[in-house]
Every structure is written in structure tokens, then in C-alpha cells.
Design a protein around this ligand. Structure first.
Ligand SMILES: NC(=O)c1ccc[n+]([C@@H]2O[C@H](COP(=O)([O-])OP(=O)(O)OC[C@H]3O[C@@H](n4cnc5c(N)ncnc54)[C@H](O)[C@@H]3O)[C@@H](O)[C@H]2O)c1
Length: 246
């Protein structure tokens, strides 16, 4: 049987570990050639990936020249790109707003929101010229509902939802579909940036009583990026174990 993403190419930012690694793996299993863009690719390497990506690139998504150079390099290896998964993200410190460090605020916004803009902007002209393409942005339940202690992260992730709606409407007649995903807490290395209180408070709000798995997020992303998703754009898909109220 033909795999759903056979013949397609994909870039996954932050694909060296956690949710991004699971997404990269899923797209690969579905038949796509996958490039991973990650700032920590040396630290994490492709060793833990369980498959060989077509291309690995050290990229800081918050740095436009780094993103643009990576895109040129990736295209030289993989001809054209069909799918962009904007997954790279950081949590930042857990602090109340009155104590929130200024530099951390700027850093979280730069990676989690501006990085999505930079990567999207960089691929978009080619996507529009070709009249096809899929972009999936990884937001968070924190972007929908807010989360005490991580205002910068929640603001950035809410920004990703607004950005997704806007760019999707700009592109609605072009054949390029742009959607987002809003997961609840998942057990990844992002936990290292959170406090135990923050983790247990997030966990307590999930009606199904468990965190989402990275494979569950990857399966949803695979569907959104795949050929069966044809009439949804600008939407933020829920994957929250019953927590989401919209
Ligand atoms: N884990 C959760 O609970 C959770 C819940 C909702 C949403 N998310 C979102 O899912 C995405 C992945 O999170 P995760 O839990 O897998 O985190 P993670 O920390 O395990 O992995 C993040 C990856 O992004 C890379 N990265 C960080 N900054 C980067 C930069 N500037 N440029 C390029 N790559 C960079 C890291 O090196 C790492 O490989 C993030 O956007 C996160 O906000 C996570």
C-alpha cells in the first residue's frame, strides 16, 4: 500500500528530541523524506532518532540568517519542501510576572513566536509559487487558557494561534494549508525547565488523568500534514485529554 506521504519532503524544527523527534519519526514512517532543524543537533545528535533523516541542520529558529541559510542548504539536498512543522520551543523560567526576568521574556518570545514567523516566512514564497504545502505549528494548551508562572510561554503560544489564523486566511486560496496543534503537558525534556508544582498543577487539569504521549501528538500532526486533511486551515487542533473548552 502506498504510504500517505510518499514522495513528500518535510522540515521539522526542534526535531532532535521530544515531540519534534516523534513527529519526524512519524512523517518518515508515513513515507516522507525528513530534514531536522535543531539548535541542539550536536548535543542530541541523530543517534536517538531510530531512523536516518535525509538532512540534519544546526539552526537557531530565532535567528533569521540561520533559518534562511538552512533553507538553502536543505533545498540543495532535498530539492523542494512540501511540509514545515514549526515545533522548536522553550519553556523559559517559571516565575510570576512581577519577577519574570526581562531577558527570559525576550528569549521565549523570540524562539516560540518569532521563530515560527521566520521559518514560515522563509518557506512561503516557494509554497505559494508551487500552489501547495502544509504548515503545522505546535502551540500549547497554555496558549489557549493561560498558565500561571509561564506568562511569556503562554503569550508566545497564544501568538502562534493568532499567527496561524492570519497566515491561513492570507493563503486560503493558494493551496497552502496552515494549522496549529495545542497539546497539554507531555513528558519530555521540557519538564526540566518546569517546577514540580507547575507539572502537578498542569496534570491535575487533564480530565483523562494522564499526560499526552509524544506519539499521540505526532499522529495528529501526521494527519494534518497529510493528504486526507484538505478542508481545514487556520485551525488549532485540540489534543488535551478532554481539557480544552474550545
Ligand atoms: N512537553 C510539553 O509538555 C509540551 C506541551 C505543549 C506544547 N509543547 C511544545 O512542543 C514543542 C516541543 O516541545 P518538547 O516538549 O518536545 O521540548 P524539548 O525541550 O524536549 O525539545 C525541544 C527541541 O527544540 C530544540 N530547540 C530549542 N530552541 C531552539 C531554537 N532556538 N532553534 C532550533 N531548535 C531549538 C531543542 O534543541 C530540542 O531538540 C515546543 O514548541 C513546546 O512548546 C510541549
Amino acid at each position: 500500500m502506498q504510504k500517505p506521504l510518499a514522495g513528500k519532503t518535510a522540515i521539522v524544527t526542534g526535531g532532535a528530541r521530544g515531540i519534534g523527534r516523534a513527529i519526524a519519526h512519524r512523517l518518515h514512517d508515513d513515507g516522507a523524506e525528513v530534514a531536522i532543524w535543531d539548535i541542539g543537533i550536536h548535543a542530541h545528535s541523530a543517534e536517538g532518532l531510530d531512523f536516518t533523516p535525509r538532512h540534519l541542520n544546526v539552526v537557531d529558529v530565532a535567528d533569521l540568517p540561520s533559518v534562511e541559510a538552512a533553507y538553502i542548504e536543505t533545498k540543495s539536498v532535498m530539492r523542494s519542501i512540501d511540509i514545515l512543522i514549526n515545533n522548536a520551543g522553550i519553556n523559559g523560567p517559571v516565575e510570576p510576572v512581577q519577577d519574570y526576568p526581562i531577558d527570559a521574556w525576550h528569549k521565549v518570545l523570540a524562539v516560540d513566536l518569532t521563530g515560527v514567523f521566520y521559518c514560515t516566512r522563509t518557506v512561503l514564497k516557494d509554497f505559494i509559487d508551487r500552489g501547495s504545502g502544509r504548515i503545522v505549528n505546535i502551540s500549547s494548551m497554555a496558549g489557549k487558557e493561560g498558565m500561571p508562572g509561564i506568562a511569556a510561554y503562554a503569550a508566545a503560544k497564544a501568538g502562534v494561534i493568532g499567527f496561524t489564523k492570519s497566515v491561513a486566511r492570507e493563503l486560503a486560496s493558494t493551496g497552502v494549508l496552515v494549522n496549529a496543534v495545542a497539546p497539554v503537558i507531555a513528558e519530555t525534556d521540557l519538564f526540566n525547565e518546569m517546577t514540580p508544582e507547575h507539572i502537578s498543577s498542569a496534570m491535575a487539569r487533564i480530565p483523562m488523568g494522564r499526560p499526552v504521549t509524544v506519539e499521540e501528538v505526532a499522529a495528529l500532526v501526521g494527519w494534518i500534514a497529510g493528504p486526507d486533511c484538505t478542508f481545514s486551515t487556520g485551525f488549532t487542533f485540540d489534543i488535551s485529554g478532554g481539557r480544552a473548552t474550545y
